[in-house]
Design a protein around this ligand. Structure first.
Ligand SMILES: Cc1cc2nc3c(=O)[nH]c(=O)nc-3n(C[C@H](O)[C@H](O)[C@H](O)COP(=O)(O)OP(=O)(O)OC[C@H]3O[C@@H](n4cnc5c(N)ncnc54)[C@H](O)[C@@H]3O)c2cc1C
Length: 513
């Protein structure tokens, strides 16, 4: 057995373990789906039956199979055969989020021996299906939509199921300090009046939203602005201004005087120019078995080797060869490196020779998201409720699940992780009273993506100047180093879809180098 065969053998045992644990996780999730559908008796039978059908579909797509013999029969393809005799990987992918696993799958299926190196002890990056309070929760990204072409194609390919969230039965919003309540349609009508002004002109600036620089000159006007500057141009009354600001804080997941206007305008263009679709693409449809089911489906479609808990410290290049240096002091050579880590974490990796001046400036600039996604187990009226309030530590708050005992799981989005501490339940209670009074906070949790050194932020919200100055340059390979990730996608940057788009592009580029 040569080094490559030994590596493949290790991968096989890794895949067997991963798929067994996935199957185990599914049993848990079925419990949760059962709990959720009990709220509506009519939905119970349908939900269970749908789940069984789904399980069969997934099994048919190979997700339950511990072993895929076709992988082992296939040898390396000629494109990389020149290095067959060397114990050198063709490709090293740094970062095991959606972009990294997609890139690793693509290069492996293209015949390149591939090693994926991930700093955390799990794959998935800024998506993380976790168990809390007897419920499967998504601490990071969770929602997907059929208007997101790359992720939807992968869902189809893997045979995964999705489910639709409930509409809020009661909605509340603020005009100054006055809290107003009504049906969600009334709130959305107020939001839409402001939204239509906010997005005016975007169809000319982003006529091909998956090619953001297509109308570069028209885009430049918006690209120079923060969201706050764009808001300052609009003619809004107090209620319209507060509702729109709360919506924008939840979308930007950061400060409005820091986030670029284009970061949000893009969602509108990508969502067919409608506020309703913009809201739906980012918050209605979830995976039946969590985001982890898609991460695993992609990762197990090709036999690349994976090393977890291995932070990378540096990437060096010499004579058409790269070396990846881990923090633990190991040096691993390869022909090509795909660096699929978040923009705000790229500064943690040293490059020698240094990346271009423009790339270094882009890394220095970073992206503006710094928000929180908080989960609150609350007791109160057992209805699906939604409350928004600008400037609040979790100013976009929604019921996600009403449990059979009448308590509920709320998910809140706030614009600054530093003003929201989920571990301080007394503070969470005070803040809950300010936005949706009448509920008791029983427990709360949040992952601090801002303090997390492997993300340093949440979803990509680019700062002014990003698109016209940095976007194209970040996609340009330098020698044998390719930067990838959702933060650099053309279309749904800041979403799982963008990560997959970027991973596909990086994989194809690596195979062509
Ligand atoms: C709270 C939150 C909510 C979100 N909601 C949604 C949503 O509803 N829908 C949606 O589509 N998207 C959502 N997103 C965004 C989405 O999760 C991300 O855009 C996408 O998952 C990013 O994928 P990626 O592979 O580009 O980056 P990541 O997932 O961040 O993967 C990068 C990987 O690189 C690793 N890494 C970093 N530094 C190093 C190093 N030095 N060495 C080795 N490895 C390293 C990281 O550990 C990570 O695993 C959300 C994100 C967050 C945080």
């Amino acid at each position: 057995m040569d080094a490559r065969e030994r590596a493949r053998a290790r991968v096989v045992s890794h895949l067997v373990c991963e798929e067994r644990s996935l199957a185990g996780e599914r049993v848990d999730r079925r419990g949760v789906v059962g709990e959720r559908v009990q709220v509506d008796g009519a939905a119970v039978a349908g939900g269970e039956q749908r789940h069984e059908e789904q399980k069969e579909t997934e099994a048919a797509h190979g997700l339950n199979l511990p072993h895929r013999p076709d992988f082992h029969a296939r040898g390396p393809r000629p494109a990389f055969s020149r290095i067959d005799s060397l114990p050198v990987n063709d490709v090293i992918v740094i970062g095991g989020g959606f972009a990294g696993v997609t890139a690793a799958r693509e290069t492996t299926l293209g015949g390149a021996s591939t090693l994926l190196i991930e700093a955390r002890d799990r794959l998935g990056g800024r998506t993380w299906t976790d168990r809390w309070n007897d419920t499967d929760i998504e601490r990071g990204g969770g929602w997907v939509h059929w208007h997101q072409p790359h992720v939807w194609a992968e869902i189809t390919r893997a045979g995964l199921g999705v489910e639709l969230g409930e509409d809020a039965q009661i909605s509340s919003w603020f005009a100054g300090e006055e809290r107003r309540t009504g049906p969600i349609t009334e709130r959305d009508a107020i939001a839409e009046r402001g939204w239509n002004q906010f997005v005016d002109g975007v169809e000319g600036a982003l006529p091909l939203p998956h090619d953001p620089l297509f109308a570069r000159e028209k885009l430049a006007r918006f690209d120079g602005q923060t969201i706050a500057e764009r808001l300052g141009e609009l003619d809004l009354d107090e209620e319209e201004g507060d509702v729109l600001s709360a919506e924008l804080e939840s979308l930007a997941h950061g400060r409005l005087d820091d986030a670029g206007a284009v970061a949000v305008l893009r969602w509108h263009a990508l969502s067919g120019g409608s506020l309703a679709l913009t809201q739906q693409t980012g918050g209605r449809v979830t995976f039946l078995h969590g985001t982890q089911s898609l991460v695993q489906a992609i990762a197990t479609k090709a036999p690349f080797e994976t090393r977890l808990s291995t932070p990378v410290a540096a990437v060096t290049q010499e004579d058409e060869r790269v070396e990846v240096h881990t923090r633990a002091g190991e040096t691993i050579p390869a022909r090509v490196a795909i660096v699929a880590v978040p923009l705000n974490a790229l500064g943690g990796i040293e490059f020698d020779p240094p990346l271009s001046e423009t790339k270094r400036a882009a890394i220095e600039l970073g992206q503006a998201s710094r928000g929180v996604k908080i989960f609150i187990h609350a007791r109160g009226e057992p209805v699906f409720t939604n409350g928004i309030k600008p400037g609040h530590p979790f100013g976009y708050l929604d019921t996600e699940i009403v449990y059979p005992d009448g308590t509920q799981l709320m998910i809140g989005f706030g614009y600054d992780a530093e003003i929201c501490d989920a571990s301080d339940l007394a503070a969470v209670q005070r803040q809950l009273d300010e936005i949706i009074p009448g509920y008791e906070a029983i427990a709360a949790t949040a992952h601090d993506w801002l303090a997390d050194e492997f993300s340093r932020g949440t979803w990509a919200i680019h700062r002014p100047g990003w698109y016209t100055t940095y976007h194209a340059e970040m996609q340009r390979p330098e020698g044998s180093v390719i930067v990838a990730g959702s933060d650099f996608a053309n279309g749904w940057a800041g979403f799982m879809d963008g990560a997959i788009e970027s991973g596909l592009r990086a994989g194809a580029t690596a195979l062509g180098l």
